[in-house]
Design a protein around this ligand. Sequence first.
Ligand SMILES: *Cc1c(COP(=O)(O)O)cnc(C)c1O
Length: 396
Amino acid sequence: MPASRIPGRRFLHSPGPTPIPDAVLHAMAQQPMDLADPRVDATIAACEQGLKRLLHTREADVFFYAANGHGGWEAVIENVAAIGETVLVCGTGHFSESWAVQSEALGREVVRTPWREGYPIDLAAMEQALRADRNHAIRAVFVVHTDTASSVTSDLAPIRPMLDRLGHPALFVADVVASLAACPFDFDALGVDVAIGASQKGLMCPPGLSFTAVNARALAHSKDVKAPRFYWDWARRKSSLSYVKFCGTPPINLLCGLEAALGLVFAEGLPTVWKRHELVASAVHAAVEGWREGGALDFLACDPASRSVSVTAITVASNIDVEALRTVARERYQVAIAGGLGPMLGRAFRIGHLGDCNVAMILGAIAGVEAALRTQGIPVGQGGVQRAVQAVARAT
Ligand SMILES: *Cc1c(COP(=O)(O)O)cnc(C)c1O
């Protein structure tokens, strides 16, 4: 049976996939090209250069995968540590834990720093784990910049100085899937060795394209890691030939979309993009400040300074059925929101606000969510929506 038409637009406020701008959809709506067509190489070059500009790196190579973010994770794991070797995963929530579990499934040893619910990386625990590693068994440190499940953004600035101070040679690997093109990230200045991204979040494209940015040190490191790998192998991808760069046929239509999306980001201007994300996030945070007065809802991210501009996770009282709330929000009010993940399953919902989002869209979404909360009889206090309006009206 065909789904009935939804009048107007359904608001997509999962923190990935995110709404796709029309210009990106149009760029993808074309016939794929023969690999010898010079437009293929031009599009690949534009995507590589655009991502390097976005990541703020001069020297790193960008390697693409026709895969989602988990593919990017797998690429990192296979290139930085051999089977039986160790990586340090810094606890930030469900996404750091998923990366740790994937590393273990691939036969790597994982040292974890604990995640304190609602808080960013525990730098003291990280330092302790690195100090305890006297033989330098830890080959890489995995850090999730914005953990999309906890909606916490961790400050990455102290990590390179810490590694240097301890004289620890581990690679510094940052997952910027949920933060890139939403908030500042500076690959070179942060001293990152490897960054991982994916297409369907701040980059405003459909899912299915991920990448790793790899500096010369990490590339050299990978050549010494004796892990069986082929598709993910960085060294094998280093080539000027598109068929080699992609280990086969490039996902050309996704690349056309990414080229268009990067064009939109740079046309708006990165500082303006970041500011827009801050403004939109401030509206959501203001609404939650109102809702929490009802006593049933609260921020998962405890410290306001670490609340991400990309997504807001909202914890719910134990008697609240999150899935029923999401269904009402989506089916009755046309606002799609996300649920809690991992330890937050059933205990939180999330409003995504990254990528192609403006003030009117977020105010509409907030109103739709508040309507769904009221429909479900969940106490939301007074004035969530008004506070959101005030937050954007006050902003300069
Ligand atoms: C979404 C996400 C991933 C995983 O990406 P998939 O495309 O779902 O595999 C990894 N890390 C972060 C921070 C994410 O937000």
